[in-house]
Design a protein around this ligand. Structure first.
Ligand code: GRF
Length: 203
């Protein structure tokens, strides 16, 4: 199966996918990595893994629609089976989401539906939560609102900083995103009627 990965920064989730493929845990090929930011270290990770790396810089487009149109065209040229948003920090237009509906995944560092949006770790700490985590979900036009596929929980400790909590969450991210892609690429995971379905069971 062919995966296209969209990034904006460090690319730790991308690296986890690259490593899972290398370890034989994910039978897929990353056909391209696309970043909206030229300085994303994930582009370097792609190059190191001999994966085609593209930058479509959103600051060079007049508006969101024209940027998403260019992004869609680049993705379509790669003809992936699935598009994985991985630390991708742009809100996508409904037209883009609809075009890739059912084959567009995202990872969000919270136990959705809690803490949609940004700064999720600090918000969990400020709220005095004792538990936090990460969700992988199908992307629908509602920001961070699509059907959840899998979640992983981590404890929040009294003296946690947002950075320490983020590290604990990212350890789980590295585990569950390759697993979800393995399910999807082996034909076991689909989105049906706005629900995630694994092995014909609604999640
Ligand atoms: C990660 O913490 C992830 O939860 C969120 O963006 C952050 C950076 O991701 N989606 P990455 O290291 O660029 O994959």
């Amino acid at each position: 199966a062919k995966i296209c990965v969209l990034i904006s920064g460090n690319g730790s989730n991308l690296q986890a996918m690259i490593d899972a493929i290398g370890a034989g845990k994910l039978n897929a090929r990353i056909v391209g990595v696309i970043s909206n930011r030229p300085d994303a270290y994930g582009l370097e990770r792609a190059r190191q893994a001999s994966i085609d790396a593209y930058c479509i810089d959103h600051t060079t487009f007049a508006d969101r629609e024209s940027f998403d149109h260019a992004l869609q065209a680049q993705i379509d040229a790669l003809a992936p089976d699935v598009v994985a948003l991985a630390g991708y920090m742009r809100i996508l237009t409904p037209a883009f989401v609809d075009h890739f509906s059912g084959k567009l995944l995202n990872i969000h560092p919270s136990l959705l539906p809690k803490y949609k949006g940004l700064h999720t770790h600090q918000r969990a700490i400020d709220n005095g939560d004792t538990e936090h985590g990460v969700s992988v979900h199908f992307v629908t036009p509602e920001l961070d609102g699509g059907p959840v596929i899998i979640q992983s929980r981590v404890p929040v400790f009294e003296d946690d900083t947002a950075e320490e909590l983020a590290q604990r969450v990212q350890e789980q991210e590295r585990r569950i995103y390759p697993l979800v892609l393995h399910w999807y690429c082996s034909g076991r995971l689909t989105m049906n009627d706005n629900k995630a379905v694994l092995d014909n069971e609604i999640l």
